[in-house]
Design a protein. Structure first.
Length: 234
């Protein structure tokens, strides 16, 4: 049975303008717009969607939002955590070696083990979606039959953005083209999560085939492919 709106909760993080000298992204804000639009069109309650954009997405705010999501979950809920922004590894950024980190707007770093320790407290069904380089490494014991983990690229790969889309390649394919434009399903706003993810996974290597660092191959693990964003109203 579809999970009703009262039992659906989401945290959507998108960072485009970083503090200090950290270079911006092209698609952080656009990704948030696509994800939030998809949720609202599917019947999710606006007051159950917590968005953190640019300066709202400090390291502490992201931690707090993940804890907020976990606290509202139960065996009967569906929870979404989406992050779009930089991901840091020591060879390509000012973060410590040995881990992969979500890179917050205020240049704090949340390791995959920290992210995992909080998001593993999310009960019920969940989708954890990461749009950033090396995103596959963020699955630190998160994926399970009830928890889908998706990343825009494998743990050792670069992920890309499309400036003309004003979105990341991954979010643009999965959320905008796949769901909102209807390319992953029979018609707009009706694709299952499995169809959305399959479309993005198939298209991303083609879209990024000519990139100097090589194409990105999205990471997908766990979850129920028949799960839907659709949240019927009682």
């Amino acid at each position: 049975q579809p999970i009703p709106p009262a039992n659906r909760w989401a945290v959507v993080v998108g960072i485009q303008d970083y503090a200090g000298d950290t270079h911006p992204t092209y698609g952080g804000r656009g990704d948030v717009i696509a994800v939030q639009t998809a949720l609202l069109r599917s019947g999710w309650r606006r007051d159950h969607i917590r968005t953190l954009v640019d300066g709202q997405a400090s390291g502490q705010a992201i931690r707090n939002a993940m804890s907020w999501l976990a606290a509202r979950s139960s065996p009967r809920t569906f929870s979404l955590f989406h992050f779009s922004g930089h991901v840091c590894i020591a060879s390509r950024g000012p973060c410590a070696a040995g881990h992969t980190y979500l890179w917050s707007q205020d240049n704090q770093f949340l390791s995959e083990s920290t992210v995992g320790s909080v998001l593993r407290r999310v009960h019920g069904r969940a989708w954890f979606d990461f749009a950033g380089c090396e995103a596959g490494a963020l699955d630190a014991g998160l994926s399970s039959p009830k928890r889908l983990v998706t990343g825009s690229s494998q743990a050792s790969e670069t992920a890309y953005e499309q400036p003309e889309w004003r979105e990341s390649v991954w979010s643009g394919l999965v959320w905008d083209q796949g769901f909102l434009q209807g390319k992953a399903g029979a018609k707009p706003n009706k694709a299952t999560i499995g169809q959305m993810v399959a479309y993005g996974k198939a298209q991303a290597p083609r879209v990024t085939a000519n990139q100097a660092a090589g194409p990105q191959h999205p990471y997908v693990a766990g979850g129920d492919p028949k799960q839907s964003l659709y949240a019927p109203r009682p």
